[in-house]
Write a protein that binds this ligand. Structure first.
Ligand code: SAH
Length: 356
């Protein structure tokens, strides 16, 4: 049975499912789901992420986390955590860059939230030599100071999609066409209390996305940070407030139809940073301004780091380094599309590179 057959059978029994349920099946089904069955990253996979482009990304994130740890009085022990660590490249770069920070490694306990057994294996290989704990749920994070990074994690969480209709909303669904293939549909008009703040900035037929799965995750990490100290650096594509259909499928680095071959393509949506920030605030943490990745990395000194690395390189390797610097920071590449949001304890200063 393919994942497509499984989803079609589910719809035949239950009726149309929400876009969120469809995304959850396609990405996280334990046997056939996209993340369960493969390592999607890199040139041979479907997409490439910032830490896979250059070691500079993880190094600077690591130093920003370590500086925040020092600024907060070096709480010991503390959790060094990552959500959705992919191949473990980002965490490996964080660890290498922070090796020389006095006391940091002795005080840290590494926690990784990862759903995919395949990627857990890759992460264990990348972090060999370090003790790490893998978690299935965010609640398992220890009750202690938490210094956390999440790169391209929240964009992988399922979203529900709603179309504005008068003072109410019609939910977009995934159902079956007459010939039995997957197709989008629309539910009846209904009020949506969770979208009451979107009545003011939308009009008829505007589409709004709601990521319910992000709420408990952000609440829990914000509670840890508010109670014990720490910070979270959340990096992803998106904006302060999301508007419009941002669901996209990527297969072998090319866009594809999200309803075609579920489980074979990566599905993502843009992150609604306002929703994350407000969830953190209600859980007692403060949030920084949402800052473009390029600006953030420049403030942390990526150009100086690139120059230091360039001093030892020539030819093709030097060209690659220059291209990687440009790709991570340039406004026409990842520099502007990707944003950084920090969560940190109220009354404290935000992590380096970010403003209150
Ligand atoms: N942060 C990495 C990988 C990004 S891909 C990088 O920047 O390269 C998304 C990651 O999140 C993968 O590791 C995927 O398996 C994981 N993931 C996606 N949904 C998840 C969920 N609901 N719970 C835990 N991990 C999840």
């Amino acid at each position: 049975m393919s994942l497509q057959d499984h989803i079609i059978a589910r719809i035949r029994t239950d009726g149309p499912i929400s876009v969120a349920d469809y995304m959850a099946e396609a990405l996280l089904h334990p046997t056939y789901g996209y993340y369960a069955t493969r390592d999607p990253l890199g040139a041979s996979g479907d997409f490439t992420t910032a830490p896979e482009i250059s070691q500079m990304f993880g190094e600077l994130i690591g130093l920003a986390l370590a500086q925040t740890w020092i600024d907060q009085g070096s709480p010991t022990p503390f959790t060094l955590a990552e959500l959705g660590p992919g191949r473990g490249t980002l965490m490996a770069d964080v660890l290498r860059a922070t090796k020389a920070v006095p006391g940091f490694h002795a005080a840290m306990r590494i926690s990784l939230l990862e759903a995919s057994p395949t990627l857990r294996k890759r992460q264990a290989e990348a972090l060999s030599g370090y003790a790490a704990t893998w978690h299935d749920t965010i609640e398992e994070l220890p009750e202690q100071a938490l210094f956390l990074v999440a790169n391209e994690f929240f964009d992988a969480l399922p979203v529900r999609q709603f179309l504005r209709d008068g003072e109410g909303w019609r939910e977009k669904s995934v159902g079956l066409s007459e010939d039995g293939t997957l197709q989008f549909g629309l539910g009846p008009v209904a009020p949506q209390p969770a979208l009451s703040h979107r009545i003011e900035d939308t009009s008829d037929n505007d589409l709004v996305e709601l990521c319910e799965a992000a709420q408990p995750i952000v609440s829990t990490l914000a509670q840890r940070i508010a109670a014990y100290g720490g910070c979270a650096l959340i990096v992803d594509y998106g904006d302060w407030r999301s508007l419009g259909d941002t669901l996209q499928a990527l297969r072998s680095h090319a866009p594809s139809d999200p309803l075609l071959s579920p489980g074979e393509a990566d599905l993502t949506t843009h992150v609604d940073f306002e929703a994350l920030a407000l969830a953190a605030k209600s859980a007692g943490a403060e949030f920084s301004r949402v800052t473009p990745q390029g600006v953030f990395l420049e403030r942390l000194g990526i150009t100086a780091r690139a120059q230091a690395l360039a001093a030892h390189l020539s030819g093709q390797q030097l060209d690659q380094l220059i291209a990687a610097h440009r790709r991570l920071t340039h406004p026409e590449e990842m520099g502007n599309l990707f944003k950084v949001l920090a969560l940190y304890p109220a009354q404290m200063t935000p992590p380096p590179g970010l403003n209150a």
